[in-house]
Design a protein around this ligand. Structure first.
Ligand SMILES: NC(=O)CC[C@H](N)C(=O)O
Length: 366
């Protein structure tokens, strides 16, 4: 069935609908990954957004049991050049069409997604609506121009209550701002005794769980929409080693007194080069973010830049000068994407071990 994408600047793309036939609106963003569509569409950081892929044929290996990054996708819509109706893979359980119907998410195929991407690159991220052909386009454009999108995305996707993911190793409190399951998998692989907690947990509640380390997850939206997390981070900083990813990195920066700002069209893909300023080594990383830390705002803080993006020079990593705490803007858990940065989870575990050792020595000398 014919359906369309209407952008707030009045551009229209007419294609064929798949999945649900509901009308939806959201921020239209593009991802340049050549594979990994299941992880992308189930990454909670895309909550409230309509995602388009620049890779032209999507759905070939279907949807399987194993590759989800969350239980239910939080995207507002999915736009591809060509959707595969008959996936072929031993793991495939359903096609994209069947999956999106079951999840009540609209899809649009048959449009020039690279042209759409160029428009977004030129104008910056735009709001858009996926709808049928029977709407009044002028009215839709006018409402897109005036509507404000929700700001409670983190609340929508974070866990409602704490739950354990037990292990025999270090206890890690993982603050779920819209966590990709890949982060939990990486901690589990390292035998961590993980407790996942909601986004609005207080510092006291975190410390009462006696963590050896605190992990701040990725998540959707503007970091400034989560002030309770900034307060929590300041309450735990210096008391327990801390590692943050993506939204966790941005919140760490805000807690440290720095500022964040919106990027024109964001970084979303699986091949973003990032330089480690200490070693000069470049990692190819998986990324999905629309905000970044403002470099000048770091001037009077105790935070220092550890990593930079090679494409546009934006900040990709920070560490605290006084406390065991570091964060990255990119995704060391990949899912999807290259695993060049996976060692950062080991660095976190090493930081926990060192802190424990220092703590023991202090106790012995007391
Ligand atoms: N993946 C993330 O955690 C994204 C962080 C934030 N929502 C941004 O878009 O910049």
């Amino acid at each position: 069935m014919k359906r369309q994408l209407i952008l707030e600047d009045g551009t229209i793309f007419i294609g064929t609908g798949f999945g649900s036939e509901v009308q939806s609106i959201g921020e239209v963003v593009f991802n340049t990954g050549m594979t990994g569509y299941q992880e992308i569409l189930s990454d909670p950081s895309y909550c409230g957004q309509i995602v388009t892929l620049t890779y032209p044929l999507v759905g070939n290996y279907g949807i399987n049991r194993d590759d989800f990054e969350s239980i239910t996708p939080a995207i507002q819509g999915f736009i591809v050049k060509e959707v595969c109706d008959h996936p072929s893979n031993f793991r495939s359980q359903s096609s994209l069409d069947e999956f999106f119907k079951a999840k009540n998410i609209p899809g649009l195929a048959g449009i020039d997604t690279r042209k759409l991407t160029r428009i977004i690159r030129q104008h910056g991220t735009l709001k858009g609506a996926i709808c049928g052909m029977d709407v009044n386009v002028e009215e839709v454009v006018a409402s897109l121009q005036t509507v404000s999108l929700p700001t409670d995305q983190v609340k929508q996707v974070s866990t409602k209550s704490a739950y354990p993911s037990p292990g025999r190793g270090h206890r890690v409190v993982l603050v779920d701002f819209g966590m990709k399951h890949g982060i939990l998998r990486e901690l589990n692989k390292r035998n961590c005794d993980v407790i996942v907690v909601p986004y609005n947990v207080t510092a006291e509640e975190v410390l009462r769980l006696s963590p050896d380390g605190i992990m701040l997850s990725n998540g959707p939206g503007d970091p400034k929409d989560v002030p309770e997390a900034i307060e929590m981070i300041n309450g735990v900083l210096g008391k327990v080693p801390l590692f943050g990813i993506c939204l966790g990195h941005q919140l760490f920066a805000l807690a440290g007194g720095a500022d964040t700002e919106r990027l024109k069209f964001g970084h979303r893909g699986s091949n973003h080069p990032v330089k480690d300023l200490a070693t000069g080594k470049v990692a190819i990383t998986s990324q999905n973010h629309g905000y970044t830390v403002n470099e000048e705002s770091l001037n009077n803080t105790r935070l220092t830049v550890t990593h930079k993006a090679l494409n546009d020079g934006t900040i990709e990593g920070l560490k605290h000068l006084d406390y065991p705490a570091f964060t990255v803007q990119y995704h060391p858990e990949a899912s999807p994407g290259p695993e060049d940065a996976n060692h950062l989870f080991d660095q976190f575990i090493d930081m926990i071990k060192t802190s424990k050792k220092v703590g023991e020595e202090v106790c012995q000398n007391a």
